[in-house]
Design a protein around this ligand. Structure first.
Ligand code: SF4
Length: 242
């Protein structure tokens, strides 16, 4: 890794990227999932529910949900309309109910009710997209995530925005952004990278009003408003907060 003291916002992105992530990892304690969970199954359920929702809302819902539905058997035997009512506040409740019940059924049929900890098996579950699988694997088993040849970096709206602001990518497409990040970062940083970037996006690098004066990587950021730079995220308004 380059000597952080010698780098500036004009340094090549391949030198800035690992240093920026290391600094954010330090600040956010290695990147933590702000969803509440105690088992891998709860983590998977919460991550599915977090799509198009906030972690705060999901945590409010899962407090009761995890008591009523402690494992995949409970979802499979549940009345779908009842599950829909319980998860309604997280949005997209019909689709999420279908995902939770189909995912639970697949866990019982293929994995004895346990959550598998490989990318290939996770993305083969109904309702589990690559982003969800990366979050679950990175949070549940960072070592397995690093060793998994199919693993990558979860890209959500915050990772999109900050990757563009840092000039790590010029794309808007999550798959292309993930590819650019995987080229720039050492594999050891993959599990924490998106979690730390997400926390920085939520707490400091807001879509509409980034707090550049309070930003620990301001000196390395080509979009710093403190330095009078243009926001490389471009249409930040239409990209939303999430
Ligand atoms: S300097 Fe500003 S734009 Fe760059 S990451 Fe920090 S808060 Fe975001």
């Amino acid at each position: 890794m380059a000597d952080a003291g010698e780098l500036t916002r004009r340094s090549p992105k391949r030198l800035r990227a690992p240093v920026i992530i290391a600094r954010l990892d330090e600040l956010y304690d290695g990147g933590v999932v702000e969803l509440d969970w105690t088992t891998h199954f709860e983590l998977l359920v919460a991550t599915i529910l977090s799509a198009q929702s906030t972690d705060k809302k999901v945590n409010e819902v899962t407090k009761q949900l995890f008591v009523r539905y402690p494992g995949p058997e409970a979802y499979v035997s549940a009345d779908p309309e009842q599950v829909q009512r319980e998860i309604y506040p997280t949005g997209f409740y019909r689709q999420k109910t279908r995902s939770l019940q189909a995912m639970s059924q697949a866990l019982l049929e293929r994995h004895d009710g346990q959550v598998p900890l490989t990318m290939a098996e996770l993305v083969a579950l109904p309702g589990v997209a690559r982003k969800t699988a990366n979050v679950v694997l990175g949070a549940a088993a960072p070592e397995a995530h690093i060793a998994d040849r199919d693993a990558g970096i979860a890209v959500d709206t915050h990772v999109k925005r900050l990757s563009r602001r840092f000039a790590f990518t010029r794309w808007n497409d999550p798959v292309k952004i993930e590819g650019d990040l995987m080229k720039l970062l050492p594999k050891a940083q993959w599990p924490s990278a998106s979690l730390s970037i997400i926390l920085h996006g939520r707490r400091v690098c807001d879509a509409l009003r980034p707090r550049c004066a309070d930003c620990v990587v301001e000196r390395l950021c080509p979009s710093s408003q403190l330095a009078g730079r243009r926001d490389l995220a471009g249409q930040a308004r239409s990209m939303g907060g999430g």
